[in-house]
Design a protein around this ligand. Structure first.
Ligand code: FMN
Length: 188
C-alpha cells in the first residue's frame, strides 16, 4: 500500500507538517509505504491556461509538477494537508491543483481518463481561528480536485485554534486522531 502525503504549508515543521507526519506514522506502523511531498520546496508555476493540448498528453510545462503527477498516479492513498490561509487552502496547494487542468480537460472534454485508478483520499487542515466555514471552503476545493483524479474523499481532520508554530503539539487529541486516520487509510 503506497500512501502519499502532500504538504501545502510553507512552514516546515509547523502544524500541518507535524499533523501530516502523524498520519504517515500511523500508516507506516500499519505496514504502508509512505512518502511526503513538501510543495513549498518544489519549483513550479500556476496553470498557464495554454488550452492547446491536442490530445490527452499531460501538462506541457516542464517544472517540478512533472514529478508530482506520477507520484499521485502510483499511490493508492493520498493525503492533502494544508493550513487555512485567508479562509481557504494555501496558494501552494491551489497552484498544484490548478495544474491538474490537463487531467480535467482529458477527462471531461476528450473523455479520456488519465487518472482512472480509483484511490482513497484524506484532507487534513489547521487554522488559527475557530471558524468552521473556512474548513468548509477548503474541503470543497479538495473535493473538486479529488473528483478530477478519481480519489474518493473519505477522511478529514480539521484542527482549529492552532496558530503558533508547533501549537498542534498541545493538542494530543488531534495528534491521536491523525495517527488513527493514518492507520485507517492503510487498512481500508
Ligand atoms: C497568510 C496567512 C493567512 C492566514 N489566514 C487564516 C485564516 O483565514 N483563518 C484562520 O483561522 N487562520 C489563518 N491563518 C493562520 C494559520 O492557519 C495558522 O497559523 C496555521 O497554524 C498555520 O499552519 P502551519 O503551521 O502548518 O503553516 C493564516 C496564516 C497565514 C500565514
Amino acid at each position: 500500500m503506497k500512501i502519499l502525503g502532500i504538504n501545502g504549508s510553507p512552514r516546515i515543521g509547523g502544524n500541518t507538517d507535524i499533523l501530516l507526519d502523524k498520519v504517515l506514522e500511523g500508516a507506516k506502523i500499519s505496514g504502508a509505504e509512505t512518502e511526503k511531498i513538501i510543495l513549498n520546496k518544489l519549483k513550479f508555476v500556476g496553470c498557464q491556461e495554454c488550452r492547446e493540448m491536442p490530445d490527452d498528453r499531460p501538462c506541457i510545462i516542464q517544472d517540478d509538477m512533472q514529478s508530482i503527477y506520477p507520484k499521485i498516479k502510483n499511490a493508492e492513498r493520498i493525503i492533502v494537508a494544508s493550513p487555512i490561509f485567508f479562509g481557504s487552502i494555501t496558494a501552494q496547494t491551489k497552484a498544484m491543483i490548478d495544474r491538474f487542468q490537463c487531467v480535467w480537460r482529458a477527462k471531461y472534454v476528450l473523455k479520456k481518463d488519465m487518472f482512472s485508478e480509483k484511490k482513497i483520499g484524506a484532507f487534513i487542515s489547521v487554522e488559527g481561528s475557530n471558524i468552521e466555514y473556512f474548513f468548509t471552503n477548503a474541503r470543497q476545493i479538495i473535493k473538486n480536485f479529488f473528483n478530477v483524479v478519481n480519489i474518493e474523499y473519505k477522511y478529514e481532520l480539521f484542527c482549529p485554534q492552532t496558530d503558533k508554530k508547533n501549537s498542534i503539539l498541545d493538542k494530543p487529541d488531534c495528534l491521536e486522531k491523525a495517527f488513527e486516520l493514518g492507520k485507517k487509510l492503510a487498512t481500508f
